[in-house]
Design a binder for this molecule. Structure first.
Ligand code: HEM
Length: 494
């Protein structure tokens, strides 16, 4: 059975043939070049070793693959599946056998997958659309105030609030009121705390030593569980909601077996969706806003499309979002350079040989580094570092080999919410481009950090309100009408 931290020496009989960085130190391994802050990104510098390489951290050896050919082979679902290891294994304390952290063989994965997939159908998405609009109104009201105050906006902080509001409203009918709080919501603090702790467990050989951090993590998990239990109780007391994911989790039987998710599993699914649903999308939106502010000609083209497609409709309809073809390419290109979930862990289902060359025993595993796969010069050209949405023109996409672009994962365990995330990102970018001119903040240089996902740390940009064409307004709430907190479960939290 899979074990999260197993060293590659056990599963790769010809490991010696795979190159590793020079200057390996006995016992410590390759830690000289490793960074605790960006453990995955710091391995990208070893791309020069070739499309497959290995790194040793203390006693454990890890195999990394990134070349297009190897990526295509390891995506073969008949021979490989998802590996639950490192950060994902650490998250099992929160997620258990819920979708993201389940082992392939756990029955609750199939049950939840079948019950929840229709929660991302076109019909379901059309119900979420007005909730996404409503949450984005909160953001623009906040940005209008920031703009009036004359400063840059805290892009990552505000996108984090926005995407958490969106997943909480669309998934569970919950309103955290994050834009109306003047300090971090304890739920966000606890969530970031557990993700950071899981990341820390990834990169430390002696997790047992950080007793204080372990205690804080337990307290964070207890707080997250209490919040979710309150949400479920409120829903049950209300006798149901509007057909969102929570209703589906509580009431929908499996279409064939009639089985339902247990109360414990529902709690884990809610936390999973909250965790998986906000950081990935907030990072994506933030990176996209960085590139749009740094590339005025790309922003102008995207804005022209929004004006043309949405015209003077005050509120874009659900169907008008997918028509933003160029904005979609901006999102695709953003996820090429910075796939916010940057690693896919793949495990051999049987004894096999990767690309026919590297024997692997059943259970052996490797990390597929998508930021490197998405920069493979053989696929993306010598200028792969350049931000160019034209790479996603239909002809260019058709010309590329399969399995060279994997921001949403691969196979049965790929992102269940891909359409949700794309709709959300395109809608939000469309609304922001329509309302504001975006300018880079002169003092800011892109700095990418990892907190399980990739984030543009400290990203700020400057805004100007657009004058022409007049931007239709929606239900912007005036300052004095802002409630203290709109969180119905924790009205005084914060
Ligand atoms: C741009 C935004 C997003 C990106 C880049 C992204 C990326 C990914 C990736 C790469 C995986 C596969 C991970 C693996 O193989 O270990 C995944 C799985 C998953 N994602 Fe997303 N995701 C995004 C948004 C979302 C949202 C908004 C939600 C929830 C509403 C969500 C929920 C999930 C879940 C539940 C899984 C596990 C699926 C399974 O194993 O059955 N994701 N995502």
């Amino acid at each position: 059975m899979p074990d999260g931290g197993r060293s590659a020496e056990l599963g790769w009989p010809e490991l010696r043939r795979i190159p590793h960085p020079p200057y390996r130190i006995p016992v410590l391994g390759d830690i000289l070049g490793a960074s605790q802050r960006t453990p995955l990104l710091s391995t990208m510098k070893y791309a020069g070793l070739g499309p497959i390489f290995r790194c040793k951290v203390f006693r454990k050896e890890f195999v990394f693959v990134w070349g297009a050919e190897l990526a295509a082979d390891i995506a073969d679902e008949t021979r490989f599946g998802k590996h639950i290891g490192l950060g994902i294994a650490s998250l099992r304390a929160v997620g258990g056998d819920a979708l993201f952290t389940a082992y392939d063989h756990e029955p609750n994965w199939r049950l939840a997958h079948d019950v929840l997939t229709p929660g991302f159908s076109r019909e379901a998405m059309a119900v979420y659309h007005p909730m996404m609009l409503d949450a984005t109104d909160r953001l623009t009201a906040h940005w209008d105030r920031e703009l009036a105050a004359g400063g840059p906006v805290d892009v990552l902080g505000d996108m984090t609030k926005l995407t958490l509001e969106i997943i909480a409203r669309t998934g569970f009918g919950h309103d955290f009121g994050l834009f109306e709080l003047d300090r971090p919501h304890p739920f966000v603090t606890a969530m970031i705390g557990t993700l950071t702790y899981a990341q820390y467990l990834n990169s430390t050989p002696f997790p047992g030593l950080a007793k204080g951090a372990a205690r804080r993590n337990e307290a964070d998990i207890a707080y997250l569980n209490r919040t979710v239990d309150d949400i479920v109780r409120a829903r049950r007391d209300a006798g149901g909601g509007n057909g969102d994911l929570l209703d589906r989790m509580l009431d929908t039987p499996h279409p064939e077996t009639g089985e339902r998710l247990s109360a414990e599993n529902v709690r884990r699914q809610i936390l999973t969706f909250l965790a998986a649903g906000y950081d990935t999308t907030s990072g994506t939106l933030s990176f996209a806003l960085h590139y749009l502010s740094a590339n005025p000609e790309i922003a102008a083209r995207a804005r022209e499309e929004v004006d043309r497609v949405w015209g003077d409709t005050a509120v874009p309809a659900y169907d008008q979002v997918a028509k933003l073809r160029y904005v979609r390419k901006v999102v695709d290109e953003t996820l090429r350079l910075w796939p916010t979930a940057p690693v896919l862990m793949r495990e051999a289902r049987q004894d096999t040989a990767l690309c026919g060359e590297h024997p692997m025993r059943r259970g052996a595993w490797a990390l597929l580094l998508t930021p490197l796969l998405h920069r493979d010069p053989g696929v993306w050209g010598a200028d792969a570092e350049r931000f160019d949405p034209g790479r996603f023109d239909a002809a260019a996409v058709r010309a590329r080999p399969a399995h060279t672009y994997k921001p949403f994962g691969t196979g049965a365990r790929a992102c269940i919410a891909r359409q949700f995330a794309l709709h959300e990102a395109m809608l939000v970018l469309g609304l922001l481009l329509r309302r504001y001119e975006l300018r880079p903040d002169p003092g800011y240089r892109l700095s990418v950090a990892e907190r399980m996902t990739l984030i543009p740390e400290g990203l700020r940009i400057r805004l100007d309100r657009r004058q022409t064409p007049p931007v239709p307004t929606r239900t912007t709430v005036p300052d004095e009408d802002m409630p203290e907190s709109r969180c119905p479960v924790h009205p005084t939290d914060g």
